[in-house]
Design a protein around this ligand. Structure first.
Ligand code: SF4
Length: 454
């Protein structure tokens, strides 16, 4: 049995429960999930949605995908172009500037951005000059609200002080640092050797430059990770005192990301060990004054995210948990995803298609989905479960079928079901993906393409 405390209550997990609920299932960074989008949604449909949002003058969040990394980490599930030839950046930036112009010209009534995020890949694969050029180009078409979250993903192995200074001077106020694990054998098998000193230096530099929030990304379930070694990593992370910690469950899907075949299945910790590590992390972080947020995040009690959670205003989108609810989200760059005026869309996935397509056709939307009324209802429910673990719904009529299945989860102690309200119990917080799956109208039995929920 695993014993831990969640939300101030003792939680006991049995092996039977883990065996029962360790199924393949989505993480629900979007609903409906990406495999259910289609290629009937193309550039014209995307343009139509942009025009619609422009009329409403809705709050905006922009995401920029900077896909380059010098090497591919074996565990990575991001959309990455691995190359040491930094000459790839120039043509990519040229296409990105064109895309900014294309989007910016349509959104001439857009209010200042509430959120700007650069992710990757490795955004600091760009030189300080290139970072500055990209930021300037964004500024030609968009202004940034004083209260905006302006964030970037940082790889401490390759990011220089000069780049961090440039980012801070431009207005970036949040840095998210990839760490994963400090144990050398785990790092070797993860294809990512990163010294504690590199991580410490990046955090100290971000703090001294005045970044308001410094986040750290960790991964549990990596090859050769053990409870003991992972606990050491967690203690070292606490010494670095980040504002937020994201603790991701390693998604082992070698049938989708073939580079993960370098990881031997026998080196991976089993579901029970993984859950033990996760529960131990909850205990350690809560004891250190962090709040357990949603599926896999931790934030200091005075952090905006903890406050938003308490006030019921926290939100979740592709980029994770945020305090900026209900913005239209526009993704720029190769493979980027947008959610605009009730429709998902995704840009071309191949670099060449993206670069050529933007200059030739303006927009490079490859696929997407206009959400139906039912999709929007279910999307909201899944988001509430992942953000607030509490949701109101019509279980007697609209969700009659789901109610029967929820009763089974209730028997296992994962949820409390009232007449029109569902509450996830502290134990159920360990199985949020399984609870979300009940409301997924697209999910077919034995959909093994997804990673395991535990
Ligand atoms: S540095 Fe980050 S984005 Fe690049 S391969 Fe490694 S984990 Fe993936």
């Amino acid at each position: 049995m695993i014993r831990t405390h969640i939300d101030g209550q003792e939680v006991v997990v049995t092996k039977e429960l883990v065996e029962k609920y360790n199924q393949a299932g989505p993480r629900y960074t979007s609903y409906p999930t990406a495999p259910n989008w289609n290629d009937h949604f193309g550039p014209n449909e995307f343009l139509g949605r942009l025009k619609e949002t422009n009329k409403k003058e809705k709050s905006l969040s922009l995401y920029f995908h900077l896909p380059f990394c010098e090497e591919r980490c074996t565990f990575c599930a991001c959309s990455v172009v691995a190359t040491k030839q930094h000459s790839v950046v120039e043509p990519y930036l040229k296409a990105l500037f064109k895309e900014i112009e294309n989007v910016g010209e349509v959104l001439d009534r857009a209010p200042p951005l509430e959120q700007l995020h650069w992710g990757g890949g490795t955004p600091t694969y760009l030189s300080a000059d290139q970072i500055e050029q990209l930021y300037e180009n964004i500024g030609k078409y968009f202004s940034i609200a004083d209260s905006a979250e302006v964030s970037i993903e940082i790889d401490p192995r390759v990011t220089t002080d000069d780049q961090l200074k440039t980012l801070r001077r431009l207005g970036f106020n949040r840095a998210s640092l990839g760490v994963q694990d400090f144990e050398s054998e785990v790092q070797k098998l993860a294809g990512r050797i990163q010294s504690e000193e590199e991580t410490r230096h990046a955090i100290v530099t971000c703090r001294s430059l005045g970044f308001e929030s410094v986040n750290v990304d960790l991964v549990y379930g990596l090859p050769k990770q053990t409870q003991k070694t992972f606990e050491k990593t967690l203690q070292k992370i606490l010494e670095l005192n980040p504002d937020r910690i994201a603790l991701f469950n390693f998604a082992y899907v070698p049938w989708m990301h073939t580079h993960q075949k370098k990881i031997l299945e026998q080196d991976l910790p089993d579901a029970w060990t993984k859950l033990t590590m996760f529960c131990e992390a909850i205990r350690i972080f809560e004891d250190a004054g962090y709040e357990f947020i949603g599926l896999d995040h931790f934030a200091k009690k005075n952090d905006e995210l903890s406050k938003a959670r308490k006030e019921g205003t926290m939100y979740r989108n592709f980029q994770g948990y945020t305090t900026k609810a209900n913005c239209d989200l526009i993704g720029l760059g190769v493979t980027s995803i947008s959610f605009v005026s009730g429709a998902f869309s995704q840009n071309a996935k191949k670099l060449k298609d993206y670069e050529k397509g933007v200059s030739k056709n303006g927009f490079v939307t490859e696929r997407g989905l206009v959400l139906s009324e039912d999709d929007l209802i279910r999307q909201k429910i899944i988001r509430e479960i992942f953000c607030h673990q509490r949701v109101k719904a019509d279980f007697d009529n609209y969700f009659k079928n789901e109610k029967e299945r929820l009763r089974l989860l209730e028997k296992d102690g994962l949820v409390d079901l009232g007449a029109d309200q569902l509450r996830v119990t502290p134990l159920g917080r360990l199985f949020l993906r399984n609870i979300g799956m009940i409301f997924d109208a697209y999910l077919k039995p034995n959909q093994d393409r997804f990673s395991k929920t535990v």
